[in-house]
Design a protein around this ligand. Sequence first.
Ligand code: SAH
Length: 257
Amino acid sequence: MRAGRVVFIGAGPGAADLITVRGVRRLAQADVVLFDALTDPALRELAPGALWIDVGKRGFCEATGQDTINALLVSHARQQRHVVRLKGGDPSVFGRLEEELLALAAAGIECEVVPGVTAALAAAAETRRPLTRRGTAGAAGRSVSLSTAMTRQARLHAGRHADTEVFYMAGRQLGALGRALRQAGWADDAPVCVVSRAGWPDAVSSEHRLRALAAAAVLHAGRPTVVTVGAGAAALAQPSGPPGLESAPAGRALAAP
Ligand code: SAH
């Protein structure tokens, strides 16, 4: 039997207009869309005739979710449908893309991956703090790492691998992340930016010194959050006066809804 195909599309981090033009075009061709919890419901208007299936954490239990999603992808594609797998941010960044590509390869099903704006980039845009810096106004930022603080055993793990590090999935453990980063060699007063719901109209961002990162917990509670530490978290030097962090030892909101 001839199989259909599966297109993985990065929906971007928030508002529907952050998806790519290619993503919009592929979505419009979908017969079936398997979507995640963090994608904007407004995207449905781009494929109104498709069958939309919620495979986010709220729709399926964590323990069996991945196998179920893999099976749904394979079975819909085998019915010669155009299947879209819509993922928040970029599919290749903490998106379980590996598991799904392997399942489709094993079933001999053709795939395409359309990239999206990952949360780290949306957070940098939100705060207008470039992730890479030439070092003209302080520490140079030549390297950026995207990390998750959570291991598969749900233990917290943090290191120091780049001039700028962006941590995903650490929103519930900001205090512990701060301690782990200091143990990994980051200075007590290293600049940190915390951004939740980046790319949405109600995005919130705050800036902190590393020693006071725990203070961000209340502000961002219950929201998808990324934490940027190092060169890319520093405020840009102002033409006059000191950078904003100097006056904000306990954390300061950069923008509120
Ligand atoms: N593939 C996604 C990441 C999925 S993992 C991407 O490329 O962005 C889920 C984690 O992503 C969340 O725990 C949070 O750390 C981060 N995240 C997703 N959307 C976000 C947003 N709009 N603002 C801030 N962090 C976000």
